[in-house]
Design a protein around this ligand. Structure first.
Ligand SMILES: [Cu+2]
Length: 196
């Protein structure tokens, strides 16, 4: 018991030391990437900020395009992710080349597949909240859509569409990442890692 407590204290001390060190480095480095969630959370007292995901459907009535990224006020970093089966372990990873939107095709971003990853949330995502998400396409440029925070994809009359050139983006929704995904190992919580 005492040993465990000691270990935990040692870990906490280590963590604080690392954060402190990171803070010093950040303070002296004006070129801190916008994408550093820790730096952004330093003064906020909101811990690590957490993550979320956004899902949507892209219909393309024209030439092929590529979804290369995005921005939003609710997260420090926006990345386009896929979930891939790596020897039986489901892993999510950024699409370095972006997400291809085929000519006259359609791509669905949904739980368990492609998603817009919101890294380092600047505020909690509560059911019913809405926020603007700017999606950046190679051809169509920036397209601003409104995401609604909810637990499942919108249906019927709740599906809203935004048109941008040949693209139609519809059914945009978002949710925070399951807590397990952030702290646990994917192996220990397969459902959590699958559900992103
Ligand atoms: Cu992801």
């Amino acid at each position: 018991m005492a040993r465990t407590t000691f270990r935990m204290l040692a870990l906490v001390a280590l963590a604080l030391g690392l954060i402190g060190f990171g803070g010093v480095v950040t303070a002296h480095d004006e070129a801190t990437p916008e994408g550093s969630p820790m730096a952004g959370d330093m003064g906020g007292g909101h811990g690590m900020g957490g993550s979320g995901a956004a899902y949507l459907i892209i219909d393309n009535a024209g030439e092929s395009d590529v979804l290369i990224g995005g921005t939003t006020d609710v997260a420090h970093v926006v990345e386009i992710h896929e979930i891939a089966d790596n020897d039986g372990v489901m892993e999510m990873k950024p699409l370095e080349q972006g997400l291809d939107i085929p000519a006259n095709g359609s791509v669905t971003l949904e739980p368990g597949g492609y998603h817009v990853m919101l890294i380092g949330l600047t505020r909690d995502l509560n059911a019913g909240d809405t926020f603007e998400l700017t999606l950046t396409f190679e051809q169509a440029g920036d397209v601003v859509v409104t995401a609604t925070v909810q637990t499942t994809a919108p249906e019927g009359d709740d599906v809203v569409s935004v048109e941008a050139g040949d693209l139609t983006i519809s059914g945009v929704w978002s949710r925070p990442a399951p807590a397990l995904l952030m702290g646990g190992t994917p192996e220990a919580s397969p459902e959590a890692s699958h559900s992103m």
